[in-house]
Design a binder for this molecule. Structure first.
Ligand code: NAP
Ligand code: MG
Length: 477
């Protein structure tokens, strides 16, 4: 029985209602969560505000950093436990669950060391004046976290917010709360004062909506779908609350015919298979220069046929998807592929040991996808790669920029001039040349343009977004 975490303790919902926690590998419920509502969210905001006015507001940046370092160590000691919780809750293969726990450690380390390097400036001004700027925390920050990488997204979002001096109210996805509730307990154990980190569980349209509307929340970080991102921003606009939105993408892998194909293939496969394709920065479109199109598809077809989805603990290439509706979403896209006669190059397999009640999808490579097809335009959030050919740089750029999104892009070419031309012309928050994702890079600012959202998380840049700048002008004569 998992409870909300408010004021450093587990609390029941005001309503007394709960929700089931389901194992995506079996479809079986194995625990319960509190079904929070606006009253619970309000209690969390009050706890956060008291903490800010009390112990948290008195800590120096260095002291906040020390707490984050202690939490990093604690999470590292509990990495196996957290990975096991996440594996069962979200269906992640062991490697992925462990990588997520270790990324959480790294986020707390990074932001633990960064907060006391965040400073303002002095500005030359009129005779008799001194002008300086201070970076101040927003106050109470709200964090709406999706189910695909709960630990990583908590790390980048809450880690950065705390380092900058904010206190946090977190609304995880109802499908992925358990690891974060445990991390909050660990934070209390290492000395985070009551109210610094609060977690309220429940449905997005209940607790998430209450968070977006609450006048006591001074900044909102949201990661999730464009649809809900719009709702959050509309609610926040009513009270002029700043928001950072990370809304996913339709990442193009752009492969020119001079590319190092041997190097590219494992990246191309991993970028759509990792976390069963449930990754905002997934490389879900494959744009290939015409001369390389057939040979590359042939080799990728072999690679896809070798991929296996199965029980998370078997640590195969893919685990199950998060929930039944996500599986139906992926199947819906594949039904359209069949209906429209698009050729499937290859599919991996779901192994026989996988429960028939689990939410498994076989990885699928589809070719000749028309650029305006829904599969080439919308985020599937499943292991489906849409391939299409192009002729030259101009067409590659047109296709790459031809969706509403702009989060991440990969460019594969040995031509140095082309690398830089493409990096400049592609509309995305991150461009990777001859790699994809650069290993996750806690240090690397991340975020989108257009429908992929706005604002940056990760890296030092995120700290700027978790603060507001105050200009102080002193006339001293
Ligand atoms: P979603 O509905 O946008 O969920 C993301 C977060 O927002 C969850 O914590 C969710 O809570 C919460 N939420 C839902 N409705 C809300 C509302 N009215 N007000 C405030 N918060 C709300 O995404 P989803 O339905 O889980 O996934 C749908 C699609 O979104 C996916 O197929 C994928 O394309 C995209 N997606 C993108 C990312 C990303 O990393 N950019 C992550 C997840 C999903 P509950 O889960 O408890 O409802
Ligand atoms: Mg679950």
């Amino acid at each position: 029985m998992a409870l909300h975490f408010i004021n450093n303790r587990g609390v029941r919902s005001a309503s007394g209602q709960t929700l089931p926690v389901t194992d995506p590998a079996t479809g079986q419920a194995y625990d319960t969560l509190e079904r929070g509502n606006a009253a619970d969210l309000d209690a969390a905001v009050r706890a956060a505000r008291e903490c800010l006015a009390g112990p948290w507001g008195k800590l120096s940046a260095a002291e906040r950093g020390r707490l984050l370092f202690r939490l990093a160590d604690k999470v590292a000691q509990h990495a196996d436990e957290l990975a096991a919780i996440e594996q069962r809750d979200c269906g992640k293969p062991t490697k992925q669950a462990r990588a997520d726990a270790l990324a959480l450690v790294r986020y707390f380390e990074f932001y633990g060391g960064a907060g006391d390097k965040l400073h303002g400036h002095t500005i030359p001004y009129l005779d008799g004046y001194s002008v300086l700027t201070w970076r101040e925390p927003h106050g109470v920050t709200g964090h709406v976290i999706p189910w695909n990488y709960p630990m990583q997204i908590f790390g980048r979002s809450v880690g950065g917010a705390l380092a900058a001096g904010n206190v946090c109210v977190v609304k995880p996805s109802e499908d992925a709360c358990l690891s974060l509730l445990r991390v909050a307990e660990l934070a209390a154990e290492v000395g985070f004062p009551a109210g610094a980190i609060n977690i309220v569980t429940g449905y997005g349209h209940e607790v998430g909506d209450a968070l977006a509307r609450h006048p006591g929340i001074d900044h909102i970080s949201f990661t999730g779908s464009p649809r809900v991102g719009t709702l959050i921003q509309q609610a926040a606009a009513e009270r002029h609350c700043p928001v950072t939105l990370e809304l996913g993408g339709k990442g193009p892998q752009i492969v020119f015919d001079d590319a190092d194909v041997d190097a590219a293939i494992p990246f191309i496969v991993n970028a759509i298979v990792q976390n069963s394709g449930q990754t905002c920065s997934a490389g879900s479109r494959l744009l290939v220069q015409r001369g390389l199109y057939e040979p590359l598809l042939q080799r990728l077809g072999e690679a896809f046929r070798g991929l296996r989805a199965g029980p998370p603990a078997a640590d195969l290439d893919l685990g199950p998807l998060i929930r039944q509706t996500q599986l139906e979403r992926v199947r819906g896209f594949l039904d359209e592929v069949c209906r429209d006669g698009l050729p499937i190059v290859a599919q991996g397999q779901v192994v026989a040991e996988a429960s028939e009640h689990g939410y498994y999808a076989a990885p699928t490579l589809v070719r000749d996808v028309p650029p305006q097809h829904r599969l080439a335009q919308e985020e599937v959030f499943g292991p489906v790669l849409a391939a299409m050919p192009f002729d030259g740089e101009d067409e590659a750029v047109r296709l790459a920029n031809g969706t509403a999104f702009g989060l991440v892009a990969g460019v594969w070419t040995r031509d140095g001039g082309r690398q830089l031309r493409m990096a400049r012309r592609v509309k995305a928050g991150q461009v990777f040349i001859n790699n994809y994702g650069a290993g996750g890079g806690v240090e690397l600012p991340f975020g989108g343009v257009r429908s992929s959202g706005h604002g940056r998380e990760k890296g030092f840049e995120a700290l700027l977004g978790f603060t507001t700048l105050k200009t102080v002008a002193i006339r001293h004569g």
